[in-house]
Design a protein around this ligand. Structure first.
Ligand SMILES: Cc1ncc(COP(=O)(O)O)c(C=O)c1O
Length: 370
């Protein structure tokens, strides 16, 4: 939905038109082959994605939420357990924990990187804590080395929520490859997006991978042999076909996003906005380009009038969502996450964004400041 003369937040139609000649023939072949469920393209994509992340196994599932909940189940997290996660994430991170009957335990975030604050994690650990879910929010890596040390010290499972971080690295190592399992979403607007829902879990652990393969497919060990209680959450063959094509473009797309981020940063340096910070050694893949302003709502309305679409990720932290009223963590519980929720604004960001469009956004921001 491009506003005439304006700038859309993302433009998936534009990306499709650029890829149509590559995607249509392979999609046609797959439709003819008609192995729609767990077809050959799924197995191939799983191998290719695992190798891209630098791990041995990848298990395609129906959504990013399912990737997280199945990873939790496969790691033995269940009712009575506590799982630590940041207060400022998409609701799915918390819902995955609740879906397996465990309790989400929220931790505030770092004011600069917006990632879970590792210095606050230890105080949240109790005798019931079984796992931690670092979220690589906006495509910026969470502080995995420090979180890894804490996890080892306390015997915690680490499940990375890399739904926004396809291709992000820290110290040269891919997000999703640090923990016991890494979970990705292929929601269409993600850095690697399908033509519908999709998700994947990656892991180095062969036994964990086998449990995940069974869990996603009715707990089946072999046809009509149901070894465990499973669900139906499989990556569609048709989506795998699309993702195989798109994976080949991911690094170039991420490089474009990084170029756009650098363009924004140079044009907005004197704008008075707080610009995204990047941890040393981090390769941020800018799923979102998030700035801060104390006048966020007025700035957003001003940009909207100029035909510039923006987003807020996310306006309400987890503990202030009605669904989590029973956590009894009222306003003031996570002050950094709460303040950021009032001030953050996501500017248009997608690989195909044109330089002139970035100029339009920055000009409009300058007019707001004037
Ligand atoms: C941080 C985060 N976690 C989990 C998810 C859930 O992914 P999905 O929408 O594919 O279920 C998303 C994206 O929607 C996300 O951004």
């Amino acid at each position: 939905m491009t506003a005439r003369g304006g700038v859309p937040f993302v433009d998936l139609g534009l990306q499709y038109r650029q890829l149509a000649a590559e995607i249509r023939p392979v999609l046609d072949q797959a439709l003819e082959a008609s192995d729609y469920i767990l077809g050959e393209a799924v197995a191939r994509f799983e191998q290719e994605f695992a190798s891209y992340i630098g791990v041995d196994h990848a298990i395609g599932v129906g959504t990013g939420l399912d990737a997280l909940r199945l990873a939790l189940t496969a790691c033995g997290i269940a009712a009575g357990d506590e799982v630590i996660l940041p207060a400022n994430t998409f609701i799915a991170t918390a819902f995955a924990v609740s879906a397996v009957g465990a309790t989400p335990v929220l931790v505030d975030c770092d004011e600069h990187t917006h990632q879970i604050d590792p210095s606050l994690v230890e105080a949240a650990i109790t005798s019931r804590t079984k796992a931690i879910i670092p979220v690589h929010l906006y495509g910026h890596p969470a502080d995995m080395p420090v979180l890894g040390v804490l996890a080892r010290k306390h015997g915690l499972t680490v499940i990375e929520d890399a739904a926004q971080a396809h291709g992000a690295r820290l110290g040269g190592r891919m997000c999703g490859s640090f923990g016991d399992a890494g979970c990705f979403s292929f929601y269409p607007a993600k850095n690697l997006g399908a033509f519908g829902d999709g998700g994947i879990v990656v892991t180095r652990d062969a036994a964990l991978a086998e449990r995940l393969r069974q869990l996603r497919n009715y707990g089946q060990r072999a046809k009509n042999e149901h070894a465990m209680l499973g669900i139906n959450s499989r990556l569609d063959t048709v989506q795998a076909v699309v993702l195989r094509v798109k994976l080949r473009h991911l690094d170039a797309w991420n490089a474009s996003r990084a170029r756009h981020a650098a363009h924004y940063a140079s044009r907005l340096a004197a704008s008075g906005l707080v610009l995204p910070a990047t941890l040393e050694g981090a390769d941020h893949v800018f799923h979102l380009y998030v700035v801060r302003s104390e006048q966020r709502d007025a700035l957003r309305a001003h940009l909207d009038k100029a035909g510039i679409q923006t987003g807020v990720h996310y306006p309400v932290p987890i503990h202030l969502q009605a669904a989590y009223a029973d956590l009894s963590r009222g306003r003031g519980s996570f002050p950094v996450a709460e303040r950021l929720a009032q001030e953050i604004l996501s500017l248009p960001m997608f690989p195909e964004l044109a330089e002139e469009q970035i100029e339009m956004v920055c000009d409009a921001i300058a007019r707001f400041g004037a």
